[in-house]
Ligand binder design. Sequence first.
Ligand code: TRP
Length: 344
Amino acid sequence: METENKEIQAPERRKRIFSGVQPSGTITLGNYIGAIRNWVNLQEEYDCAFAMMDMHSITVRQTPAELRKRTLELLALYIACGIDPEKCILFIQSHNSAHAELAWVLNCYTYMGELQRMTQFKDKSARHADNINAGLFTYPVLMAADILLYQADCVPVGKDQMQHIEICRDIANRFNALYGNVFTIPEGLLVKSGAKIMSLQEPTKKMSKSDPNPKGFISMMDDFNVIAKKIKSAVTDSEGIIEYRPEDDSKAGINNLLSIMAVMTDSNPEKVAEGFEGQGYGAFKSAVAEAVVEGIRPIREEYDRIIKDKAYLQDIYRNGAEQAHRIADRTLKKVYKKVGFVVE
Ligand code: TRP
Protein backbone atom coordinates (compact mmCIF):
# COMPACT_ATOMS: atom_id res chain seq x y z
CA MET A 1 0.00 0.00 0.00
CA GLU A 2 2.67 2.39 1.05
CA THR A 3 4.79 1.86 -2.02
CA GLU A 4 1.77 2.43 -4.20
CA ASN A 5 1.21 5.76 -2.55
CA LYS A 6 4.77 6.74 -3.18
CA GLU A 7 4.51 5.92 -6.82
CA ILE A 8 1.65 8.29 -7.47
CA GLN A 9 3.32 11.14 -5.66
CA ALA A 10 4.71 13.85 -7.88
CA PRO A 11 8.48 13.73 -8.05
CA GLU A 12 10.06 16.11 -5.60
CA ARG A 13 11.58 19.27 -6.95
CA ARG A 14 15.31 18.86 -7.19
CA LYS A 15 17.12 21.00 -4.72
CA ARG A 16 18.70 24.10 -6.13
CA ILE A 17 22.29 25.07 -5.65
CA PHE A 18 23.74 28.46 -6.28
CA SER A 19 27.37 29.42 -6.04
CA GLY A 20 29.65 31.97 -7.50
CA VAL A 21 33.23 32.91 -7.80
CA GLN A 22 34.94 36.21 -8.39
CA PRO A 23 36.95 36.55 -11.56
CA SER A 24 39.82 38.17 -9.70
CA GLY A 25 43.19 36.49 -9.65
CA THR A 26 44.06 33.03 -10.87
CA ILE A 27 42.36 29.78 -9.99
CA THR A 28 44.66 27.59 -7.95
CA LEU A 29 44.96 23.85 -7.66
CA GLY A 30 43.44 24.38 -4.20
CA ASN A 31 40.32 26.01 -5.72
CA TYR A 32 40.02 23.17 -8.19
CA ILE A 33 40.33 20.44 -5.60
CA GLY A 34 38.40 22.26 -2.88
CA ALA A 35 35.55 23.74 -4.93
CA ILE A 36 35.22 23.24 -8.68
CA ARG A 37 35.65 19.47 -8.55
CA ASN A 38 32.85 19.20 -6.03
CA TRP A 39 30.55 21.30 -8.15
CA VAL A 40 31.09 18.85 -10.97
CA ASN A 41 29.66 16.14 -8.73
CA LEU A 42 26.84 18.30 -7.41
CA GLN A 43 25.46 19.02 -10.87
CA GLU A 44 24.27 15.41 -11.12
CA GLU A 45 21.99 15.65 -8.10
CA TYR A 46 20.92 19.27 -7.96
CA ASP A 47 19.66 22.03 -10.19
CA CYS A 48 22.78 24.14 -10.19
CA ALA A 49 23.49 27.70 -11.13
CA PHE A 50 27.05 28.99 -11.07
CA ALA A 51 28.02 32.54 -11.81
CA MET A 52 31.09 34.68 -12.41
CA MET A 53 30.71 37.44 -9.84
CA ASP A 54 32.11 40.39 -11.75
CA MET A 55 29.93 42.89 -9.86
CA HIS A 56 31.53 41.79 -6.61
CA SER A 57 34.99 42.11 -8.12
CA ILE A 58 34.73 45.84 -8.68
CA THR A 59 34.43 46.43 -4.92
CA VAL A 60 38.20 46.53 -5.20
CA ARG A 61 39.85 48.39 -8.06
CA GLN A 62 40.28 46.31 -11.22
CA THR A 63 41.97 46.87 -14.56
CA PRO A 64 38.96 46.76 -16.91
CA ALA A 65 40.61 44.77 -19.71
CA GLU A 66 41.95 42.29 -17.17
CA LEU A 67 38.60 41.81 -15.48
CA ARG A 68 36.92 41.15 -18.81
CA LYS A 69 39.61 38.70 -19.83
CA ARG A 70 39.58 36.83 -16.54
CA THR A 71 35.80 36.53 -16.53
CA LEU A 72 35.90 34.66 -19.82
CA GLU A 73 38.90 32.63 -18.72
CA LEU A 74 37.07 31.56 -15.62
CA LEU A 75 34.04 30.54 -17.60
CA ALA A 76 36.22 28.53 -19.99
CA LEU A 77 38.03 26.91 -17.09
CA TYR A 78 34.79 25.85 -15.41
CA ILE A 79 33.61 24.18 -18.55
CA ALA A 80 37.01 22.56 -19.03
CA CYS A 81 36.84 21.21 -15.47
CA GLY A 82 33.60 19.46 -16.26
CA ILE A 83 30.88 21.92 -15.34
CA ASP A 84 28.40 21.12 -18.04
CA PRO A 85 26.41 24.03 -19.48
CA GLU A 86 23.78 21.51 -20.55
CA LYS A 87 23.25 20.46 -16.95
CA CYS A 88 23.53 23.74 -15.11
CA ILE A 89 23.06 27.43 -15.55
CA LEU A 90 26.38 29.11 -16.13
CA PHE A 91 26.32 32.89 -16.40
CA ILE A 92 27.96 36.22 -15.73
CA GLN A 93 26.44 38.15 -12.83
CA SER A 94 26.37 41.55 -14.56
CA HIS A 95 24.32 40.02 -17.40
CA ASN A 96 21.38 39.63 -15.07
CA SER A 97 20.22 43.04 -13.88
CA ALA A 98 17.95 41.39 -11.30
CA HIS A 99 20.98 41.02 -9.00
CA ALA A 100 21.47 44.77 -8.72
CA GLU A 101 17.74 45.35 -8.46
CA LEU A 102 17.13 42.91 -5.63
CA ALA A 103 20.29 44.10 -3.89
CA TRP A 104 18.84 47.60 -3.76
CA VAL A 105 15.65 46.39 -2.13
CA LEU A 106 17.54 44.22 0.35
CA ASN A 107 19.78 47.18 1.22
CA CYS A 108 16.69 48.69 2.76
CA TYR A 109 16.21 45.60 4.94
CA THR A 110 19.78 45.34 6.17
CA TYR A 111 21.22 47.24 9.12
CA MET A 112 24.45 49.19 9.16
CA GLY A 113 25.41 47.41 12.37
CA GLU A 114 25.09 43.99 10.76
CA LEU A 115 27.35 44.99 7.90
CA GLN A 116 29.85 46.62 10.20
CA ARG A 117 30.39 43.30 11.94
CA MET A 118 31.38 41.38 8.81
CA THR A 119 34.94 40.16 9.10
CA GLN A 120 35.52 40.32 5.34
CA PHE A 121 34.60 44.00 5.35
CA LYS A 122 36.95 44.66 8.23
CA ASP A 123 39.77 42.73 6.53
CA LYS A 124 39.28 44.28 3.12
CA SER A 125 38.98 47.81 4.40
CA ALA A 126 42.24 47.30 6.27
CA ARG A 127 43.90 46.01 3.10
CA HIS A 128 42.43 48.69 0.82
CA ALA A 129 42.42 51.63 3.21
CA ASP A 130 42.51 54.08 0.30
CA ASN A 131 39.28 52.72 -1.19
CA ILE A 132 36.72 51.83 1.47
CA ASN A 133 33.76 52.25 -0.83
CA ALA A 134 30.07 51.68 -0.16
CA GLY A 135 30.09 48.64 -2.45
CA LEU A 136 32.61 46.94 -0.23
CA PHE A 137 30.33 47.66 2.70
CA THR A 138 27.16 46.34 1.05
CA TYR A 139 28.93 43.41 -0.61
CA PRO A 140 27.06 40.90 1.57
CA VAL A 141 23.71 42.36 0.47
CA LEU A 142 24.52 41.81 -3.19
CA MET A 143 25.61 38.30 -2.31
CA ALA A 144 22.33 37.71 -0.48
CA ALA A 145 20.49 38.90 -3.60
CA ASP A 146 22.53 36.47 -5.74
CA ILE A 147 21.42 33.56 -3.64
CA LEU A 148 17.82 34.53 -2.86
CA LEU A 149 16.91 35.34 -6.47
CA TYR A 150 17.30 31.67 -7.34
CA GLN A 151 15.51 30.38 -4.23
CA ALA A 152 18.64 28.35 -3.60
CA ASP A 153 18.43 25.58 -1.00
CA CYS A 154 22.17 25.13 -0.70
CA VAL A 155 25.18 27.31 -1.27
CA PRO A 156 28.50 25.50 -1.42
CA VAL A 157 31.15 27.84 -0.09
CA GLY A 158 34.40 27.86 1.77
CA LYS A 159 34.53 28.48 5.49
CA ASP A 160 35.45 32.14 4.99
CA GLN A 161 32.09 32.75 3.31
CA MET A 162 29.91 31.24 6.02
CA GLN A 163 29.34 34.59 7.70
CA HIS A 164 27.92 35.85 4.41
CA ILE A 165 25.50 32.94 4.29
CA GLU A 166 24.44 33.74 7.84
CA ILE A 167 23.62 37.36 7.03
CA CYS A 168 21.81 36.22 3.89
CA ARG A 169 19.62 33.97 6.03
CA ASP A 170 19.00 36.81 8.49
CA ILE A 171 17.94 39.18 5.72
CA ALA A 172 15.70 36.53 4.12
CA ASN A 173 14.06 35.63 7.43
CA ARG A 174 13.46 39.29 8.18
CA PHE A 175 11.85 39.82 4.79
CA ASN A 176 9.76 36.66 5.08
CA ALA A 177 8.58 37.68 8.55
CA LEU A 178 7.27 40.94 7.11
CA TYR A 179 5.79 39.71 3.85
CA GLY A 180 5.22 35.96 4.03
CA ASN A 181 7.19 33.22 2.39
CA VAL A 182 9.01 35.04 -0.35
CA PHE A 183 12.48 33.54 -0.07
CA THR A 184 13.78 30.03 0.42
CA ILE A 185 16.13 30.10 3.39
CA PRO A 186 19.45 28.80 2.07
CA GLU A 187 21.89 26.55 3.86
CA GLY A 188 25.62 26.96 3.54
CA LEU A 189 27.15 23.76 2.30
CA LEU A 190 30.68 23.51 3.62
CA VAL A 191 32.34 21.62 0.87
CA LYS A 192 34.03 18.60 2.30
CA SER A 193 36.74 18.19 -0.21
CA GLY A 194 38.43 15.42 1.75
CA ALA A 195 41.49 17.54 1.30
CA LYS A 196 42.28 21.07 2.14
CA ILE A 197 45.23 22.00 0.01
CA MET A 198 47.89 23.97 1.80
CA SER A 199 50.59 26.36 0.65
CA LEU A 200 53.62 24.57 -0.76
CA GLN A 201 55.90 27.01 1.06
CA GLU A 202 54.07 27.38 4.37
CA PRO A 203 52.12 24.15 4.60
CA THR A 204 50.24 25.14 7.75
CA LYS A 205 48.49 27.88 5.74
CA LYS A 206 45.82 27.39 3.10
CA MET A 207 46.99 27.55 -0.54
CA SER A 208 46.01 31.02 -1.72
CA LYS A 209 46.18 32.90 -4.99
CA SER A 210 46.97 36.05 -3.03
CA ASP A 211 50.10 34.49 -1.55
CA PRO A 212 52.87 37.02 -2.32
CA ASN A 213 55.18 34.08 -2.95
CA PRO A 214 54.02 32.42 -6.20
CA LYS A 215 55.92 29.26 -5.22
CA GLY A 216 53.31 28.72 -2.53
CA PHE A 217 50.47 28.03 -4.93
CA ILE A 218 49.88 26.21 -8.19
CA SER A 219 47.77 28.06 -10.70
CA MET A 220 45.66 25.97 -13.04
CA MET A 221 47.24 28.17 -15.73
CA ASP A 222 50.89 27.58 -14.77
CA ASP A 223 53.20 26.01 -17.35
CA PHE A 224 53.66 22.33 -16.67
CA ASN A 225 57.37 22.73 -15.97
CA VAL A 226 56.60 25.53 -13.52
CA ILE A 227 54.13 23.26 -11.72
CA ALA A 228 56.74 20.52 -11.49
CA LYS A 229 59.33 22.97 -10.20
CA LYS A 230 57.00 24.34 -7.55
CA ILE A 231 56.21 20.88 -6.25
CA LYS A 232 59.85 19.89 -6.23
CA SER A 233 60.69 22.93 -4.14
CA ALA A 234 57.79 22.39 -1.71
CA VAL A 235 58.77 22.73 1.95
CA THR A 236 58.93 19.39 3.77
CA ASP A 237 60.89 18.33 6.87
CA SER A 238 64.19 16.75 7.69
CA GLU A 239 62.85 13.49 9.05
CA GLY A 240 62.93 11.79 5.67
CA ILE A 241 59.94 9.54 6.31
CA ILE A 242 56.94 9.49 3.99
CA GLU A 243 54.09 9.02 6.39
CA TYR A 244 50.68 10.64 6.67
CA ARG A 245 50.36 12.23 10.11
CA PRO A 246 47.60 14.85 9.81
CA GLU A 247 47.84 15.85 13.48
CA ASP A 248 51.57 16.49 13.32
CA ASP A 249 52.38 20.03 12.13
CA SER A 250 56.01 19.15 11.55
CA LYS A 251 54.75 16.82 8.79
CA ALA A 252 52.49 19.49 7.26
CA GLY A 253 54.47 19.61 4.01
CA ILE A 254 54.48 15.86 3.46
CA ASN A 255 50.84 15.57 4.56
CA ASN A 256 49.91 18.18 1.97
CA LEU A 257 51.80 16.48 -0.86
CA LEU A 258 50.21 13.15 0.11
CA SER A 259 46.75 14.77 0.05
CA ILE A 260 47.40 16.32 -3.35
CA MET A 261 48.68 13.03 -4.75
CA ALA A 262 45.69 11.20 -3.26
CA VAL A 263 43.19 13.52 -4.91
CA MET A 264 44.95 13.42 -8.25
CA THR A 265 45.09 9.62 -8.27
CA ASP A 266 41.70 8.92 -6.65
CA SER A 267 43.31 7.34 -3.66
CA ASN A 268 43.77 8.32 -0.02
CA PRO A 269 46.84 9.79 1.66
CA GLU A 270 47.56 6.70 3.79
CA LYS A 271 47.58 4.44 0.76
CA VAL A 272 49.75 6.82 -1.20
CA ALA A 273 52.21 6.92 1.70
CA GLU A 274 52.38 3.11 1.79
CA GLY A 275 53.34 3.08 -1.86
CA PHE A 276 56.35 5.28 -1.13
CA GLU A 277 57.57 3.57 2.00
CA GLY A 278 61.32 3.71 2.28
CA GLN A 279 61.74 6.09 -0.63
CA GLY A 280 63.31 9.53 -0.53
CA TYR A 281 61.48 12.86 -0.73
CA GLY A 282 63.06 13.60 -4.12
CA ALA A 283 61.49 10.58 -5.82
CA PHE A 284 58.20 11.19 -4.04
CA LYS A 285 58.03 14.82 -5.15
CA SER A 286 58.75 13.83 -8.75
CA ALA A 287 55.84 11.42 -8.62
CA VAL A 288 53.53 14.05 -7.13
CA ALA A 289 54.60 16.53 -9.81
CA GLU A 290 53.83 14.03 -12.52
CA ALA A 291 50.43 13.18 -11.04
CA VAL A 292 49.47 16.84 -10.82
CA VAL A 293 50.64 17.62 -14.34
CA GLU A 294 48.85 14.57 -15.75
CA GLY A 295 45.71 15.49 -13.80
CA ILE A 296 45.69 19.03 -15.08
CA ARG A 297 46.72 18.21 -18.66
CA PRO A 298 43.30 17.18 -20.02
CA ILE A 299 41.67 20.20 -18.35
CA ARG A 300 44.22 22.50 -19.92
CA GLU A 301 43.84 20.98 -23.35
CA GLU A 302 40.10 21.45 -23.13
CA TYR A 303 40.58 24.98 -21.77
CA ASP A 304 42.94 25.95 -24.60
CA ARG A 305 40.37 24.78 -27.12
CA ILE A 306 37.43 26.57 -25.44
CA ILE A 307 39.11 29.91 -24.75
CA LYS A 308 39.85 30.30 -28.45
CA ASP A 309 36.24 29.63 -29.38
CA LYS A 310 34.70 33.01 -28.62
CA ALA A 311 31.45 32.18 -30.39
CA TYR A 312 30.95 29.09 -28.23
CA LEU A 313 31.66 31.01 -25.03
CA GLN A 314 29.26 33.73 -26.07
CA ASP A 315 26.63 31.14 -26.73
CA ILE A 316 27.09 29.68 -23.28
CA TYR A 317 26.94 32.94 -21.36
CA ARG A 318 24.04 34.33 -23.35
CA ASN A 319 22.06 31.20 -22.87
CA GLY A 320 22.98 31.13 -19.18
CA ALA A 321 21.91 34.73 -18.70
CA GLU A 322 18.59 34.03 -20.32
CA GLN A 323 17.88 31.09 -18.04
CA ALA A 324 19.11 33.02 -15.01
CA HIS A 325 16.87 35.95 -15.88
CA ARG A 326 13.84 33.73 -16.17
CA ILE A 327 14.20 32.34 -12.65
CA ALA A 328 15.37 35.58 -11.05
CA ASP A 329 12.63 37.72 -12.54
CA ARG A 330 9.98 35.56 -10.93
CA THR A 331 11.47 36.25 -7.50
CA LEU A 332 12.05 39.92 -8.22
CA LYS A 333 8.44 40.44 -9.35
CA LYS A 334 7.20 38.87 -6.13
CA VAL A 335 9.48 41.12 -4.08
CA TYR A 336 8.44 44.27 -5.95
CA LYS A 337 4.80 43.45 -5.38
CA LYS A 338 5.35 42.76 -1.68
CA VAL A 339 7.16 46.02 -0.97
CA GLY A 340 4.48 48.03 -2.75
CA PHE A 341 5.89 48.84 -6.17
CA VAL A 342 3.42 49.14 -8.99
CA VAL A 343 3.94 45.92 -10.91
CA GLU A 344 3.42 46.10 -14.64
N1 TRP B 1 31.76 36.14 -1.93
C1 TRP B 1 32.10 34.96 -2.65
C2 TRP B 1 33.61 34.73 -2.57
O1 TRP B 1 34.36 35.68 -2.53
C3 TRP B 1 31.68 35.01 -4.09
C4 TRP B 1 30.21 35.11 -4.20
C5 TRP B 1 29.49 36.21 -4.60
C6 TRP B 1 29.28 34.07 -3.93
N2 TRP B 1 28.16 35.90 -4.58
C7 TRP B 1 27.99 34.62 -4.18
C8 TRP B 1 29.42 32.75 -3.49
C9 TRP B 1 26.84 33.88 -3.99
C10 TRP B 1 28.26 32.00 -3.30
C11 TRP B 1 26.98 32.56 -3.54
O2 TRP B 1 34.02 33.60 -2.60
